[in-house]
Design a protein around this ligand. Structure first.
Ligand SMILES: Nc1ncnc2c1ncn2[C@@H]1O[C@H](COP(=O)(O)OP(=O)(O)O)[C@@H](O)[C@H]1O
Length: 197
């Protein structure tokens, strides 16, 4: 795998603004991996590729979801969710990325999922807090990310869920599951600290 070629291939899929965002996610994902004991090389690769299909036409993504048997229920929810699954499919098929951990981090970077891996959390959080992001609550998330991946990510899912509720949009259930898991993990961490375990 040639990282430089992958960089150029990824850059060619998207407008410059999205590429700048991608570079921000790469930088942040590597920092988070170093802070929380993740694999920095996998974090860099997954972050580089996370928005590979983001700028693809909607009908192209819809067709891939249907013909490649990606989860059909995605079609019932916000189109913003589609590029993550389509992107994982695309980098596997176009660039022979076979590392399932990396593919999953790309696939679930928007929705989250049950039992997110360390790499899933790193890429998903980096996507929320990279330096180019500016939304209410992002600085709070950046502060939380100094000491807890789970707290920061749970705050991110909270803000996405609140936004979807305000907009009257349906919530893809995996995000609720991901958020519940994080809350549970935080409670276990807290109980362990209190009980000195
Ligand atoms: N669980 C969900 N259900 C429905 N839509 C969601 C869900 N999670 C995220 N989204 C949509 O995806 C958007 C974020 O997608 P993301 O990949 O982060 O895009 P971008 O990088 O352009 O911000 C949210 O603003 C929302 O519209």
């Amino acid at each position: 795998m040639n990282l430089e070629l992958l960089r150029e291939a990824t850059r060619s899929q998207m407008p410059d603004k999205r590429w700048q965002h991608t570079l921000g996610v790469v930088k942040t994902a590597v920092e988070l991996a170093e802070r929380f004991g993740g694999d920095a090389e996998k974090a860099e690769l997954a972050a580089l590729l996370h928005d590979y299909s983001k700028a693809w036409p909607i009908n192209r993504m819809e067709q891939i979801i249907r013909t490649e048997r990606l989860p059909g229920e995605l079609l019932d929810y916000d189109k913003e969710l589609w590029h993550a699954h389509v992107g994982a499919w695309a980098v596997q098929n176009e660039h022979r990325i076979e590392d399932e951990e990396v593919l999953d981090a790309i696939r679930y970077h928007t929705s989250g999922r049950a039992d997110m891996t360390l790499l899933d959390k790193i890429v998903c959080l980096a996507d929320y807090i990279e330096p180019g992001r500016d939304f209410p609550g992002v600085n709070k998330m950046r502060d939380l990310a100094q000491h807890s991946l789970e707290e920061a990510l749970a705050a991110g899912f909270d803000s996405t869920i609140k936004l979807l509720i305000e907009l009257g949009k349906p919530i893809f259930p995996l995000t609720v599951t991901a958020r519940n898991d994080l809350i549970r993990q935080l409670k276990i961490q807290k109980d362990t600290t209190v009980n000195g375990g």
